[in-house]
Write a protein that binds this ligand. Structure first.
Ligand SMILES: Cc1ncc(COP(=O)(O)O)c(C=O)c1O
Length: 487
């Protein structure tokens, strides 16, 4: 099949089924424990799904970060790892992959995405600078602020609409970008950051037309454009599906077009190549040299950057596999299936389907829970309790308090159910849909949460909360009444 064609398989029945174009050859046994044991687990975990152990989790939809399935070729490549502190052949193969996939000459390895963010922020941000972006990511914002910068989110009006048909909700608002540059002055703008398949607004992509517009403004004011490419494969897939100009282009052509519109690209390879690690690439030698010395200081030698050489090998293969549409379309197709079903069944879900996971509108789902009592966190805990499916709170708990110690209420309260690539089967996805529908029907039983242990930084990772009323026990009783002795 020509590399620029799309891989759609139509069913005779007319049903839209996301057909798996891979087979399962290594499996991991799952635990589906009784609801009473899950209640114990979520109480012990401070109603924070990050603090659950996987022994208690059935479907782990916390994240796709480091949890995507590797291919047979990736696993095989790990055996030929050329373990060397310096000058490893494995690293040379990674550089070739970077050249092929991202069309970049210069590369710096890092142990994960936030390590790349640390390097970029240290080098390019001065106290008082601002960084406009289509939307923030938690670790990105933390590093920018740590270096004295301020994040300015300039998403379009469409971005935060839960129900939308807009194909590119991850687009940057160009008029607002111009206003920011005018207000702060170009010298105060450290760089403009674009995040592919924007994580915190539902894995929503931007278009190449929007990238071109950003580039034009940046060029006019001599401002650097930085691309967070952690979910670039899915964004490229959406461009091929939704942007007419690129309908007949290969994924490789689309990726090269995207990278050609920015000065610097970084990524978490926990996402983009189904491995661990990360990196920064560019075609600008001056930009590269400014960051280079920080790699041995914070990460490791230039040719491994804190990664194991086995990961370096698997990353090289995984990056090249990003060019294969059957690989990068798998999550978006499963996500679309789940979103369509939930919409049909009346569960409030973010549309259109994005590239990272299914995002449930917790604000609407639990409209009776005040935002100060963390509806997205409550929904994440309640859904784990009644199903064993672990999702992630992406709402007020994921933001930070202001200087006066007050909560900053999030723009949207979401329960994110990530769809790691090639990990779940369709019947597992159907189970998640079924239990979500039951919970929606019984939503009035769910109450709010409050903190009893709250770390000052990135509190969503380690914070502990408790319910504001005995709602979890009521939910367990209703589950038993409806499902009998079912797991
Ligand atoms: C868009 C984005 N940028 C950066 C990161 C940070 O990457 P890492 O978890 O590898 O540190 C993530 C992680 O999920 C991400 O989604």
């Amino acid at each position: 099949m020509a590399s620029n064609q799309s891989y759609n398989v139509k069913f005779f029945s007319g049903e839209e089924v996301p057909l798996e174009l891979h087979k399962v050859r290594i499996v991991q046994k799952l635990n589906l424990i009784p609801i009473e044991e899950r209640l114990k687990a979520i109480v012990e975990g401070g109603f924070n799904t990050f603090l659950l152990t996987t022994k208690t989790v059935f479907l782990d939809m916390l994240t796709d970060s480091g949890t995507n399935a590797m291919s047979d070729n990736q696993v095989a490549s790990m055996l030929r790892a050329d373990d060397a502190y310096a000058g490893s052949q494995s690293y040379m193969r990674l550089e070739e992959a970077i050249q092929q996939v991202f069309n970049c000459k210069y590369f710096l390895p890092a142990h994960q995405g936030r390590a790349a963010e640390n390097i970029i922020s240290r080098v390019f941000i001065k106290p008082g600078d601002v960084v406009p972006m289509n939307y923030h990511f938690t670790t990105t914002k933390a590093h920018i602020e740590l270096n004295g910068g301020t994040v300015l989110e300039i998403y379009t009006d469409e971005a935060l609409k839960v129900k939308s048909k807009h194909p590119f909700k991850g687009n940057m608002d160009i008029a607002k970008l111009e206003q920011i540059i005018k207000k702060y002055g170009a010298s105060k703008v450290a760089f403009i950051r674009l995040e592919a398949s924007t994580n915190l607004i539902g894995g929503q992509p931007f278009s190449i037309a929007n990238m071109r517009a950003v580039r034009k403004v940046a060029k006019k004011h001599a401002i650097m454009v930085v691309l967070d490419a952690s979910l670039i494969g899915e964004n490229a897939y959406f461009i091929k599906q939704r942007e007419t100009e690129f309908k007949n282009k290969s994924i490789k052509q689309i990726l090269h077009e995207m990278i050609g519109l920015v000065d610097l690209t970084y990524f978490s390879s926990r996402k983009v190549s189904s491995t661990r690690g990360g990196g920064i690439c560019t075609n600008n030698k001056e930009i590269h040299n400014k960051m280079k010395d920080l790699v041995p200081l914070f990460e490791g030698f230039y040719t491994y950057g804190g990664m194991s050489i086995r990961e370096v090998e698997a990353m090289a293969i995984g990056l090249v596999e990003t060019l294969d549409e059957t690989v990068i379309s798998q999550s978006p197709k499963f996500i679309r299936y789940m979103v369509n079903e939930l919409e049909r069944l009346g569960v409030p879900v973010v549309t259109p389907a994005g590239g990272l996971g299914v995002h449930i509108d917790a604000g609407q789902f639990l409209a009776h829970v005040p935002q100060a009592e963390y509806p997205a966190g409550a929904l994440a805990a309640a859904f784990f309790l009644i199903s064993g499916v672990r999702g992630m709170e992406r709402g007020t708990i994921s933001s930070v308090r202001d200087a006066n110690g007050n909560d900053v209420l999030a723009d949207i309260e979401l329960l994110r159910l990530a769809m790691p690539r090639r990990v779940f089967t369709l019947s597992q996805v159907k189970y998640a849909i079924d239990r979500l529908c039951w919970l929606y029907k019984n939503r009035k039983l769910v109450g709010g949460l409050k903190f009893y242990e709250e770390p000052p930084v990135l509190r969503f990772f380690g914070g502990k909360l408790k319910p504001t009323s005995p709602w979890p026990q009521k939910l367990v009783a209703k589950f038993r009444a409806d499902f009998g002795d079912s797991l």
